[in-house]
Design a protein around this ligand. Structure first.
Ligand SMILES: Cc1cc2nc3c(=O)[nH]c(=O)nc-3n(C[C@H](O)[C@H](O)[C@H](O)COP(=O)(O)OP(=O)(O)OC[C@H]3O[C@@H](n4cnc5c(N)ncnc54)[C@H](O)[C@@H]3O)c2cc1C
Length: 408
């Protein structure tokens, strides 16, 4: 059974095959070293592959042509993101890794010409990396309008003080987009702004790289705790209007969720492939492979159905965003975020189970994904937040608020 959707893809099939070939032949072979020796040891080879990708005209598929990318629509990029997701480092190799993608999109949509020249240019070229600091250890990240980080204007400069954590990729990033309250008297959704901070600005400090699921990454895979102590940047470092930080963050997240969901489907496909290969080759007794066991057959059939359904949901959502905009598609965005994260956990868990003890080792990418992708149900909004907001909008369509207002 074909893994891909029968729906026509706006992405040229020849282009997808070229990308798949590079992922299979140049990127996946780097995984063994990454898993055995870490990011630093793998980076030189990855840099080579990134140069090849750029020379082949396949750089940053989501990025508009004028910024050096391929200018694909969200729907077309969704297909590419799945192909890249099959490898641990596919997105990095093609320069579409989080959080840089979201930051580039923000700068394109809201950056001034000077900000684009200083921050977007080097980021789009892949000369630097960036990070995004919103979540604070002291407050529930699920309520993104509640934060203590403050920025005040003094003599034409923003002075920023605050404490953030889970700032992905902060270690080695050239700049950070920080969410800080600039309008303390404003309405809850209009209090924070986004400000661009070069990480070599005095007062910006990485306290530590957090140990996540037993691993404290460095460089690109890091998640850092950071502090801002009297960080001083020019007034012109404000990204977008004052008080629009929350709106911009929401805008950044909608396409970002499509990117993540399609990456997760790519992971599911690779896990599924590994699961099937193991099931037909691992014998319980001579001539009796695991694939003969009904439970294993059920896992394979259920996984196939779940991955296929998840892909169709995400592609449908991407088409809606392309056609109608992110706001009109917000129910669908919530729906795919929690649903696909759940499918990912389920498929990875089954694939590990089929591999037995081998599944617990780093001899396959499964355990790495299991450690790193558990977070899929938490970042960009935990499952419960998406489910609650979707359900509330459904109930509203049934007139819940109108009834309350009428005293019913
Ligand atoms: C790997 C990883 C990378 C991240 N990268 C970044 C980054 O680059 N920049 C950044 O700013 N942040 C980042 N984050 C932080 C992420 O955005 C927050 O973890 C997320 O918003 C949840 O906030 P919290 O962790 O404070 O959980 P809390 O808000 O404390 O919530 C805890 C739990 O409570 C439950 N819950 C919350 N709200 C509700 C509700 N309304 N109804 C029912 N249950 C609820 C959920 O189960 C939730 O998991 C990252 C997180 C992870 C794990």
């Amino acid at each position: 059974m074909s893994a891909m959707s029968a729906r026509p893809s706006p992405c040229d099939p020849a282009l997808l095959s070229r990308i798949r070939r590079i992922v299979d032949e140049r990127v996946i072979p780097l995984e063994a070293r990454l898993l055995a020796e870490g990011w630093g040891a793998t980076l030189p080879s990855l840099v080579e592959v990134r140069a090849e990708v750029k020379a082949a005209g396949l750089w940053a598929p989501f990025l508009p042509l004028e910024h050096g990318g391929m200018g694909l629509s969200l729907r077309a990029y969704a297909d590419v993101s799945e192909v890249l997701g099959r490898s641990l480092v596919g997105h990095y190799a093609f320069h579409c890794q989080a959080p840089d993608v979201g930051n580039m999109e923000l700068l394109i949509a809201h950056g001034t010409d000077a900000q684009k020249a200083q921050f977007l240019g080097p980021l789009a070229r892949g000369d630097v990396r960036s990070c995004f600091a919103m979540t604070e250890p002291e407050h529930a990240g699920s309520n993104p309008v509640w934060m203590d980080t403050r920025a005040r204007l003094e003599d034409g400069h923003w002075i920023i003080d605050g404490h953030k954590w889970f700032t992905t990729g902060a270690d080695g990033a050239a700049f950070c987009i920080v969410m800080a309250v600039t309008e303390p008297e404003g309405p809850p959704h209009g209090r924070a702004s986004q400000i661009l901070v070069p990480t070599d600005t005095p007062g910006f400090r990485i306290v530590r790289n957090l140990k996540v699921m037993g691993e404290a990454g460095t460089d690109h895979p890091s998640h850092s705790e950071v502090t801002f102590e009297d960080v001083r940047v020019p007034e012109s470092a404000l990204l977008g209007p004052r008080g629009a930080g929350f709106l911009l963050a929401q805008e950044r997240l909608a396409p970002g969720r499509i990117h993540h969901c399609m990456r997760w489907i790519g992971i599911c496909e690779r896990a599924f492939d590994l699961m099937c290969r193991r099931a037909i080759t691992r014998e319980l007794a001579p001539g009796k492979p695991l694939a003969t066991q009904q439970q294993i057959q059920f896992w394979v059939a259920e996984s196939r159905a779940e991955i296929h359904a998840a892909r169709l949901l995400v592609l449908d959502c991407a088409e809606r965003i392309d056609a109608l905009g992110a706001h009109a598609a917000r129910d669908h965005v919530s729906l795919i975020k929690f649903h696909v994260a759940g499918v990912l956990q389920q498929v990875l868990d089954r694939a590990i189970q089929v591999h037995g003890a081998l599944g617990m080792t780093d001899d396959t990418p499964l355990a790495y994904w299991y450690r790193h992708e558990r977070a899929a149900r938490i970042y960009d909004g935990p499952d419960e937040v998406h489910k609650a907001s979707l359900a509330k909008r459904i109930f509203t369509s049934y007139g819940l608020h109108a009834r309350k207002g009428a005293g019913a």
